[in-house]
Design a protein around this ligand. Structure first.
Ligand code: ADP
Length: 543
């Protein structure tokens, strides 16, 4: 027997309607190149979203068309998120930091019809546009006064595109499984793969993201997503915050500018923010100067790579900010787990607490986890056994775009994340490593993440990476690569001695290499692939 409840589809359109109706005066603040301090309300925003939907119709954009964005975190990008999705098209957010070949690959693979681009990316697209035959034209995200002179074919100015259109629009009644967003994985090996989000998954995650044990969002929160809007919908914050009627602050282009981010926290009263560990660390460094505070800030979601314990503790002890250590991936929209205390763990103290804080947390309701061994047998949740981490859930991808049915990482209804993890009896998951980064020494595994976390806690270390290097006896041994703090010259011996008592003796790296910088991926993570290439001729002195 079916229940007798209304059968309303889960559409992102509902989020927009609710926010406009119930929070019309709530503010959205943004920094753009043409408007250094822009501010409007949800009512203004969604009136413009309807203009934009009319403009997309007038451009002759069919249903299901992929509409690409190369844009920073600002209000126009928010308008694009809603107008493209709610009018039945697919908002394809493109990471502008990708290499040219990858940009071309994904624009052509997605068959984007129109590209909405920040003025900063116009020169790059001028170089590439002749190789993007499917793109019908380029809309530059600016006003007439700031419109650059460009050789881009069919170039238009965003504000002029919107201007003539009505603020009324009849939103289509879509099936909730209709695609609404597209984001490609960074593709460290092989071509990037497209993850195609739908209204249902996006809507469900918007609810989950706001739950108290997740980001704990309400209409009284002011949220600044620092994580780029071109990357997995800025971890769902734009949808989740709109859904609860919170204030949104968009920091624009300078997403790594700690001084500007700190200013926004204080001036706008930001209570919640989200970024990768490197940006969080930059904010901490900036805030160490006397007289600087992050007073309004309450919660900082940090994920994308393992967050060092020192970062979590400094935010807590110096600024009263609770770090929400999160784990996920593009294929999971991207939220998988998040670390918030339970009644039990809130009582932990000392070493037990420090251990616990390094966990990436429990599965967010809607996501299931399991760990398996090499024979695909499930491993116990005892906090010790570690194996291949698999997930399934309400916002986890089933197949990649245009690779449907290829199986691979999606066989048997579970998605193989490529991460190695342990899970304790209370469901707290700890990432040991990326499967391809884990160091195999004499048949045992060493976690590069744990060694890196220990290394960055050293006062003379600015950034650290650990990679496995071939060893004649042990198969692989860990090599520590560090960027010293400016003006500091730690020695190899004192760095290696630092690990004593912090990790098992046989985990201690065999050698240290000092570098001026580490290579990063387009999403700001240390690129181990590139680092291994740089150090391919390295051999251990003992070997
Ligand atoms: P994103 O760029 O949003 O992190 P990707 O799909 O590019 O998404 O990368 C996902 C991978 O990043 C995960 O599979 C995992 O290896 C790593 N990762 C994400 N969060 C964490 C975390 N908290 N701790 C350790 N690794 C993490």
């Amino acid at each position: 027997m079916f229940g007798l409840m209304m059968d309303l589809p889960l559409l992102v359109t509902r989020i927009m309607r609710h926010a406009e109706r119930n929070h019309p005066r709530q503010e959205v603040v943004a920094i753009t190149a043409d408007m250094p301090s822009f501010r409007y309300t949800y009512a203004d925003c969604f009136a413009r979203v309807r203009k934009l939907a009319n403009a997309l119709d007038a451009l002759g954009t069919p249903a299901d068309a992929r509409v690409g964005t190369l844009a920073w975190n600002d209000h126009r990008h928010l308008e694009l998120y809603f107008a493209i999705a709610c009018s039945g098209r697919v908002c394809h957010t493109i990471n502008p930091r990708l290499f040219d070949e990858q940009l071309l690959y994904i624009i052509n693979h997605a068959e984007d019809e129109w590209l909405f681009v920040d003025p900063a990316f116009v020169p790059k697209l001028e170089e590439l546009s002749s190789q993007c035959p499917k793109v019908k034209g380029y809309i530059v995200l600016t006003d007439a006064a700031h419109m650059p002179n460009t050789t881009l074919p069919n170039a238009m100015c965003y504000e002029e595109l919107l201007a003539p259109h009505a603020t009324t629009y009849e939103w289509p009644a879509l099936d909730e499984r209709t695609a609404c967003g597209l984001c490609y994985t960074s593709g460290t090996t092989g071509n990037p793969k497209g993850v195609l989000y739908n209204h249902r998954s996006t809507m469900l995650l918007a609810y989950a993201q706001a739950m108290p044990d997740v980001s704990n969002l309400s209409a009284r929160d002011c949220v600044m997503p620092i994580v780029p809007m071109f990357h997995v919908n800025a971890w769902a914050y734009p949808f989740a915050v709109t859904n609860v009627g919170g204030k949104l602050v968009f920091p624009g282009q300078r997403l790594g500018d700690a001084a500007q981010l700190t200013r926004l926290v204080n001036e706008e009263g930001v209570t919640v923010t989200a970024a990768v560990p490197t940006v969080a660390l930059a904010i901490l460094n900036h805030a160490r100067e006397p007289g600087r505070t992050l007073a309004p800030l309450k919660r900082f979601a940090i994920g994308g790579s393992a967050c060092p314990l020192t970062v979590i503790e400094e935010f807590r002890d110096r600024h009263g900010v609770e770090v929400l250590h999160a784990w996920g991936m593009t294929e999971m929209s991207p939220l998988g787990t998040l670390n918030q205390h339970t009644m039990l763990t809130a009582k932990y103290e000392g070493e037990r607490l420090r251990e616990h804080l390094q966990s990436a947390g429990r599965a967010i309701p809607g996501v299931e986890l399991k760990i398996t061994d090499d024979d695909d047998k499930e491993l116990p949740w005892d906090g010790k056994a570690f194996g291949s981490l698999k997930v399934r859930g309400l916002w986890v991808c089933r197949d990649y775009y245009k690779l449907e049915g290829s199986g691979g990482s999606h066989a048997d209804g579970w998605f193989t994340t490529g991460d190695v993890a342990s899970i304790d009896e209370h469901g707290f998951m700890r990432i040991t490593d990326r499967a391809k980064d884990v160091i195999k020494s004499g048949g045992e595994w060493i976690s590069s993440i744990d060694l890196e976390n220990a290394a960055v806690a050293h006062p003379m270390v600015a950034e650290a990476a650990v990679i496995g290097v071939t060893h004649p006896t042990w198969q692989e041994r860990p090599l520590l690569v560090i960027v010293p703090e400016r003006g500091m010259q730690p020695t190899r011996e004192e760095l290696l001695a630092w690990f004593e008592g912090k990790v098992a003796k046989w985990w201690i790296p065999d050698d240290v290499v000092f570098v001026e910088n580490l290579p990063h991926t387009a999403t700001g993570k240390i690129s181990k692939l590139e680092l291994r290439k740089r150090l391919q001729d390295y051999r251990f002195p003992s070997a």
